[in-house]
Structures are given as C-alpha cells and as structure tokens.
Design a binder for this molecule. Structure first.
Ligand code: GDP
Ligand code: MG
Length: 170
C-alpha cells in the first residue's frame, strides 16, 4: 500500500551557495534576488508524493556554521537525508562541500541519503566548477549529483524527488 514517510532533511554548504534559495523554491515556488541571510537555522516542511509513498520532508536550512561549527551536528544528527550545496561559480564553495561530505560520512547517520547540488547552474558564463568533476566526486562518494538553479527552478523539485525515491521504506 501507500506509505507515509517522515524524513528529516538537512541542507549544508558554504554561505551564499543558495541553500535558503533552494528551500524557498522547493517549498514556495519563489526566488528572491537578494535573499536575506539566514540566522541560525530555519525550519520548513513540504510533502511530496512519489510512486509508492508520501514523503513529508522536515527541512533544516542551516546557516552560520562557519562561526558556530559545533552547532551543525544538531541539525544533521538523525537526518535521513542531506543536500550539500555548492555554487558552480565558486571553487571554494565546492571545496567546502567536500568537507561537509567528509563530516557527514564520519559523524552522520550511516544510512543518510546524500545529494550534492551544484547550484546557480543558470550562471553558465561564470562557471568555475566543471560538472564532470563534481559528478566524478559524487560517484566516488555515493552521492546523488545534480546541478540546480533556485533562480530558474531547474532540477530543484527533481533533487528532492530523487531523494524521496531513495529513502528507505520501513
Ligand atoms: P545560502 O547562504 O546558502 O542560504 O544562500 P542564499 O540562498 O541566501 O543565496 C545567496 C545569494 O545567491 C542570494 O543573493 C540569492 O539570490 C543568490 N542565488 C541563490 N541561488 C541562486 C541561483 O540558482 N542562481 C542565481 N543566479 N543566484 C542564486
Ligand atoms: Mg541561508
């Protein structure tokens, strides 16, 4: 029959990569050019239907983890899913994303469904991180990879949908 799944999902990544914008796009279908920076963390929930289940995502959009790194585990502990976000126009944000992946692999839920989002895919002229490089990294580390744009909505629903499909059916 149809299953109801509640899944805690955490967004991690460098400041400015577009975590809040991805959530806003997914939850409200909106984009704000000058998104106010998040203080602490923000909580959202959104329900998504996949073929055999209805998944209610409980989304934690984190911020300020550079300064208050010790708070991060509060948000990823017990999370069923994680989206690690970088900005395709910013190489440092990709390096930062890899650090988050390492931390989740070491400290997170071992069954966490992880996705890597190369965001701002609309800014092709400013690209610094090759899609092939990120795809190869994701494959080596068992992450699902997509390039997204919170601005144009490209692949935003898709990445959440893909995570929903991969969550364990208990
Ligand atoms: P966060 O710090 O990771 O939460 O990043 P924000 O969501 O606050 O986004 C930082 C800035 O990047 C804001 O000015 C957003 O409008 C912008 N932004 C976010 N996503 C995109 C995107 O997909 N394309 C473009 N062009 N800008 C984006
Ligand atoms: Mg934010």
């Amino acid at each position: 029959g149809n299953k109801n799944i509640n899944a805690k999902l955490v967004l991690l990544g460098d400041v400015g990569a577009g975590k809040s914008s991805l959530v806003l796009r997914f939850v409200k279908g909106q984009f704000i050019e000058f998104q106010e920076s998040t203080i602490g963390a923000a909580f959202f929930s959104q329900t998504l239907a996949v073929n055999d289940a209805t998944v209610k995502f409980e989304i934690w959009d984190t911020a300020g983890q550079e300064r208050y790194h010790s708070l991060a585990p509060m948000y990823y502990r017990g999370a069923a899913a994680g989206i690690i976000v970088y900005d395709i126009t910013n190489q440092a944000s990709f390096e930062r994303a890899k650090k988050w992946v390492q931390e989740l692999q070491a400290q997170g839920n071992p069954n966490m469904v992880m996705a890597l989002a190369g965001n701002k895919a609309d800014l092709l002229d400013m690209r610094k991180v090759a899609a092939e490089e990120a795809q190869a990294y994701a494959q080596e580390n068992g992450l699902y990879f997509m390039e997204t744009s919170a601005k144009t909505a490209a692949n935003v629903n898709d990445i959440f949908h893909e995570i929903a499909k991969r969550l364990p059916r208990v």
